[in-house]
Design a protein around this ligand. Structure first.
Ligand SMILES: [Zn+2]
Length: 327
């Protein structure tokens, strides 16, 4: 029997699944990354998470056929280098040689949201389409572009980074150094900035002061959802603005790429899909050139927390991707 592992290395946690060749999940493990995000410490936790998932699946490491790792960064596939993961504070990490030494198996390292969208394409909300674009909304915004079953990465491995499509020239400063990126407006970090402005400059009040006192630094999607349910005007305005901006980006993607479906996922959408999806759709339809969105589907992601890890395991399992594996 062949077995494949997919490891989703996030900004705060590591999530691993082990699958059989049918894509059935045999083992699933999650562990938290602590305060120390140095490469050696995180790598150690990653190995621990992988071993635990193997144990849960009832297999020994020696039985593993291939392993995929997804990271929150563009990845230079040829050199095996994690280019820039701001959430972990990593830059230019040569992961290939380290992994080969420790694991001694066919390996692949890819961008996390690319893998999540790849998964949705083959096993989730994108099934049945030939060209899809996915946007995952959380603290930041990741994306992925899949055509005829393959991830499109671009000359410098930045294709699919839809969070950095500029939708407002001269707009808010983005963490990436550019201005007016989708992420700087529509992701949680962008919402926080906007809400601080509303409260400090326009003297508005928000229930977040009670629900999530630390909201100026970081705010959970569940806290935003709670405030929204209590009809908090500041939160509602920030969420509406975010949905509108995501719709504009989706419209631009339709015009630029000719995709058949746009998939929207991530923590913010999982928590508040009912609020977001109709508003994103309205904005997307209104901003597409010459009714270009007619017949294009807007779908909510279907695979939840499993998407990235499962997608990565599935990626290393597929025969057509074997040439990309480090052996
Ligand atoms: Zn940016």
């Amino acid at each position: 029997m062949e077995y494949y592992a997919g490891i989703d290395l996030g900004g705060t946690k590591i999530y691993t699944v082990v699958i059989n060749p049918d894509g059935q999940i045999l083992g699933r493990t999650k562990i938290k990354i602590g305060e120390d995000r140095g490469f050696d410490v995180v790598f150690g936790k990653m190995m621990e998470c992988y071993q635990m998932a193997c144990t849960e699946a009832g297999i020994a490491d020696a039985q593993m056929t291939a392993i995929g790792l997804a990271v929150p960064s563009p990845v230079d596939l040829e050199r095996g280098v994690i280019k820039h993961a701001p959430n972990l504070g990593w830059k230019e990490i040569e992961i290939r040689s380290v992994l080969q030494q420790k694991l001694n198996k066919p390996l692949f390292v890819g961008n996390d949201v690319n893998m999540g969208v790849f998964d949705e394409y083959h096993l989730g909300a994108g099934k049945g389409f030939s060209r899809v674009y996915g946007l995952f909304i959380g603290t930041g915004i990741g994306g992925g572009y899949v055509v005829d079953g393959q991830v499109v990465r671009g000359v410098n491995y930045t294709a699919g980074e839809a969070g950095h499509i500029i939708i407002k020239m001269g707009g808010p400063q983005c963490n990436c150094g550019l201005q007016g990126c989708l992420e700087a407006i529509a992701a949680k970090a962008g919402m926080i900035k906007y809400m601080i402005e509303q409260v400090d400059k326009k003297r508005k009040k928000t229930l977040l002061d009670q629900i999530a006192p630390n909201w100026r630094q970081t705010v959970g999607s569940s806290a935003l959802s709670k405030a929204l349910k209590k009809n908090d005007k500041v939160v509602k305005k920030a969420l509406k603005r975010s949905a509108k901006a995501i719709g504009v980006a989706a419209a631009n993607l339709i015009t630029a790429t000719g995709v058949e479906a746009i998939i929207i996922g991530g923590g913010v959408i999982e928590e508040m899909g009912d609020f977001f999806m109709p508003r994103i759709e309205k904005s997307m339809r209104a901003n597409t050139f010459d009714n270009g969105s007619v017949g294009v589907e807007l779908r909510q992601a279907a695979l939840g927390d499993d998407a990235v890890a499962l997608g990565t395991a599935w990626y290393v399992r597929m025969p057509e991707n074997q040439y990309l594996l480090y052996t």
